[in-house]
Design a protein around this ligand. Structure first.
Ligand code: AMP
Ligand code: GLY
Length: 420
């Protein structure tokens, strides 16, 4: 099989690495890729949000399966264009990708099927949003309706903060994403991520993980795209996962099919769990980054078989085999992230790391120049390791971190603390 992966972050490096473990993969191209991906696969420069260009590139390169990493190409309809061109694709249609691209759409679907989630109201104008905030009182969660790169969510501890948030959103602080606003009840509990493959009909859970969203140790400081993750997440026990599947994921997927927009791809359900009861925080229509890195290290070669079966609508025949293992990833970020940071700084020591099926340094934001590896983004590397216990995986991941020299970077030293 010839495979094209779209994206160039740590998630796509992990997808590429797992794909290459499987002998069914004859040729792998990643667009645009990064310096780490370039060491294992061919990288191509391609506008991955242009469905026509991706379909043309796929035909020219005899691609049999396209795996879409990030949400932007999905929301832009890239999977639709590929299906129209008769090319097999792993990833939902633009209509189904609204589960991530529109928060009010997801809330409405959840309400239609009674899926447990936070109570909410949806506004297209400022005045009624303010009246609602005054009537409800804080704490409240104010969300820009559209895609805002993870920045469109304000947890308002006071009524004044909530009022300021809607002023900002309707004032254009999040551009088009904030033209509509969702205001939610504040949920308490512990968060975890649940990953389920869906082929329009069959829902197949493929793992759980817990992210670390805050930049600082002990979960303090600003929100980020994620500073580390581990899998499995003990809070998402088999019993809680079954509840999430029965009460949240399966009913929403059935409703999507009933409305003529069956979902196909990986569904990432962000859950809030309290007293053994999961409630939906949000859906994402892609793998999490860095959650994908721990899932891929655990799944290895079978990841490709599963994504292929999903794309072909054969999930009813598929099954997942787990080793009794744990995986953990530590994000190495540029000092200053998630604020401003320096670009183009050099990372040394990457060539000497002990990499194998237990230890992998995935690249997120890197480029190769004059034989050096340079940081190009905020989240730059993902030190990822596996072990018989979470403690062992954690110890190995920090060995990878400490094997590199990057004075302009930093890590959280406490990834995994909740489970350990
Ligand atoms: P989202 O982009 O919807 O995942 O929101 C980002 C983060 O905000 C989530 O991961 C939660 O930590 C938090 N959050 C979002 N909605 C709620 C809610 N209704 N109650 C409590 N926390 C929330
Ligand atoms: N790590 C969170 C996300 O990918 O959305």
């Amino acid at each position: 099989m010839n495979i094209l992966i779209l994206g160039g972050g740590g998630r796509e490096h992990a997808l590429a690495w797992a794909t290459l473990q499987n002998p069914k993969c004859d040729k792998l191209i990643v667009a645009p890729g990064n310096a780490g991906i370039a060491q294992i696969a061919e990288c191509a420069s391609l506008n991955i949000e242009d469905g026509g260009a991706v379909a043309e590139f796929s035909s020219e390169n005899a691609i049999d399966l396209v795996i879409v990493g990030p949400e932007a190409p999905l929301a832009a309809g890239v999977a639709d264009r590929l299906r129209e061109a008769g090319i097999l694709v792993f990833g939902p249609s633009a209509a189904a990708a609204r589960l991530e691209a529109s928060k009010s759409f997801t809330k409405e679907i959840c309400a239609a099927v009674d899926a447990p989630t936070a109570g909410y109201a949806h506004f297209t104008e400022l005045a009624p949003a303010k009246d609602y905030i005054q009537a409800q009182g804080a704490p409240l969660v104010v969300k820009a309706d559209g895609l805002a790169a993870g920045k469109g969510v304000i947890i308002a501890e006071t009524t004044d903060e909530a009022l300021a948030a809607v002023d900002d959103m309707f004032g254009g602080a999040f551009g088009g994403a904030g033209a509509e606003v969702v205001i939610e009840e504040f949920m308490t509990g512990e968060e975890a991520s649940f990953f389920v493959l869906v082929d329009g009909e069959t829902c197949l859970p493929i793992g759980t993980a817990q992210d670390h969203k805050r930049v600082g140790e002990g979960d303090t400081g600003l929100n980020t795209g994620g500073m580390g993750a581990y899998s499995p997440a003990p809070i998402l026990s088999d019993e809680v996962a079954q509840k999430a599947l029965d009460e949240i994921v399966r009913p929403t997927m059935a409703e999507m099919a009933r409305r003529g927009m069956p979902y196909q791809g990986v569904l990432y359900a962000g859950l809030m769990i309290e007293n053994g009861q999961p409630r939906l925080v949000e859906y994402n229509v892609r793998f999490g980054d860095p959650e994908c890195q721990v899932l891929m290290l655990r799944l290895g070669a079978q990841a490709l078989d599963l994504m292929h079966a999903c794309a072909e609508g054969r999930l009813d025949e598929a099954k997942v085999t787990w080793a009794d293992d744990h995986a953990l990833t530590v994000v190495m970020a540029a000092t200053g992230y998630p604020g401003t940071y320096e670009k183009g700084t050099e990372i040394q020591g990457l060539g000497d790391l002990p990499e194998d099926s237990f230890n992998m340094m995935f690249h997120a934001g890197t480029k190769a120049e004059d034989g050096k590896v340079l940081a190009t983004g905020g989240r730059v590397l993902n030190a990822t390791a596996r072990g018989a216990t979470l403690a062992e995986a954690q110890q190995r991941a920090y060995v990878l971190v400490d094997g590199t020299t990057w004075p302009e970077g930093f890590v959280r030293r406490d990834i995994g603390w909740r489970a350990l």
